[in-house]
Design a protein around this ligand. Structure first.
Ligand code: ZN
Length: 449
């Protein structure tokens, strides 16, 4: 019995080996390798801030767009920083259009700490593609293009016009790209109805989608007090005043962090506060004067405020507890982005029945076999804010399930199977969005937002 089983197994094995050897590479295999190689080409262009190869990446994207017969242009709101805009005109160009948005720049990387060079786009034996930008967010930009390629190959014709925008400077604030783009006449003429932008990888099987983001408040608090001998104990020195504030801020930080640790709130739903600098002391040629208590001290904090928080109560807390004038403290903001729009409503995209784009999105992901987690608030800032501030629905989404979150980290990678799956997901979303034929509900959703 055992012997005959072995013989059968050997015959099967031989058959399998000979089939593999005899058969030419299948069509889908060669298609897959060209998809991966286009992704690698994009990844290999060094677009790290502060000196991205803007021209090279714009040329690459325009040639990709032309290859797909898309209308293409390179727009420079600021000289030398091109935003590439590709267009697939819909059958009814009067309907609000779809904007598939991404950024081309990436953050710098410490090459020596990477296993493979961050611009080599190395594909390892496990199928992982290592590159800066593989998660944030060259994957998404290229997946949009691949989804369009497939839809074109299937003779799909969009009803609504579809735009693909590749902007130059998200990683340094987006001021010369998305911000100017959203305010431009070009953007107005595009008559955008909905925006898709970046999300985050998910370590489990669910994709993550983001409907809002926390806004940065960069605060500096300053204390003053009488200077004194280093040996003297007295009240109201600048250092003492500042330390009291730091203690109070730390307690608040811990209370917010506890909510996350207890599983009561997600990261994007709490106010985070982190100290980013401390500036005090009287310099001397050998360091600092050691027997003098200084008359001034400063500390800087990166605060992130979710749209669901009450900004007035936070401002009160800052003025009364963190930098009270009664303790010779003052505060100022290096940056303070609004959490509410002009009509006083929180800046967020609805994820209920009132927003048809959300329903379409959810159904399209499901239809393509993807599982969506509960929609979240993005913990940091993205270019989506410039579109949400206009009242446009914007969904942050990067289809990467079963993937560790490695954006801005060493050895950023994306598995090729996740990348390929993401293309199917976008194909489904684009199909649903570009076919959506409901003018009336468009208007309603925008007013509500
Ligand atoms: Zn990004």
């Amino acid at each position: 019995m055992e012997v005959s089983c072995r013989i059968i197994f050997c015959i099967l094995l031989l058959a399998a080996v000979s089939m593999e050897g005899a058969e030419p590479e299948s069509e889908s295999e060669s298609e897959e390798s060209s998809i991966i190689s286009r992704f690698q080409q994009y990844l290999k262009i060094n677009t790290a801030q502060p000196t991205p190869r803007y021209q090279e990446v714009a040329d690459f994207l325009i040639s990709e767009g032309k290859g797909l017969s898309l209308e293409s242009e390179s727009i420079e709101f600021v000289g030398g920083k091109p935003l590439v805009l590709l267009k697939w005109e819909g059958k009814n160009p009067h309907l609000p259009s779809i904007l598939l948005y991404s950024h081309t720049d990436v953050v710098p990387s410490e090459h020596s700490k990477w296993t493979h060079h961050p611009f080599s786009a190395h594909l390892d034996s496990h199928g992982r593609i290592f590159a800066r930008g593989s998660q944030d967010m060259k994957c998404v930009g290229m997946q949009y293009l691949e989804a369009v390629r497939r839809l074109k190959a299937r003779n799909f014709q969009p009803l609504r016009s579809l735009y693909l925008a590749f902007s130059p400077d998200e990683e340094i604030g987006g001021h010369d790209g998305a911000e100017k783009f959203a305010q431009s006449e070009i953007f107005q003429r595009m008559n955008v109805g909905v925006v898709l932008d970046e999300g985050l990888a998910s370590p489990d099987a669910h994709y993550r989608a983001f409907y809002a983001e926390r806004t940065p408040w960069w605060m500096v608090i300053k204390s003053v007090g009488a200077p004194g001998h280093g040996s003297k104990l007295y009240d109201n020195s600048a250092m003492e005043n500042l330390l009291k504030s730091i203690e109070s801020i730390r307690r608040f930080r811990a209370s917010q962090f506890d909510l996350i640790k207890a599983g009561l709130k997600a990261e994007g739903d709490v106010v985070s506060v982190n100290m980013v600098f401390l500036k005090a002391g009287t310099p001397s040629p050998t360091g600092f004067v050691m027997n003098l208590q200084p008359s001034e001290a400063e500390a800087g904090f990166d605060i992130r405020v979710p749209p669901t928080a009450d900004p007035e109560s936070l401002e009160r807390r800052i003025a009364e507890e963190w930098a009270p004038s009664s303790r010779n403290m003052s505060f100022s903001f290096k940056q303070k982005a609004p959490t509410r729009n002009k009509s006083g409503k929180p800046i967020l995209t609805k994820t209920d029945g009132s927003n048809p784009w959300w329903d379409l999105f959810e159904n399209a992901v499901q239809k393509a076999g993807g599982k969506l987690g509960k929609p979240e608030v993005f913990p940091a800032a993205t270019d989506s804010r410039y579109f949400r501030e206009l009242g446009l629905p914007a969904i942050g989404f990067s289809p990467m399930a079963n993937t560790p979150v490695l954006l801005h980290d060493h050895n950023e990678f994306l598995h090729k199977d996740e990348y390929l799956k993401g293309i199917e997901i976008y194909e489904s979303i684009i199909k649903a969005y570009a076919s959506f034929n409901d003018h009336g509900r468009d208007g309603a959703s925008k007013d509500e937002l």
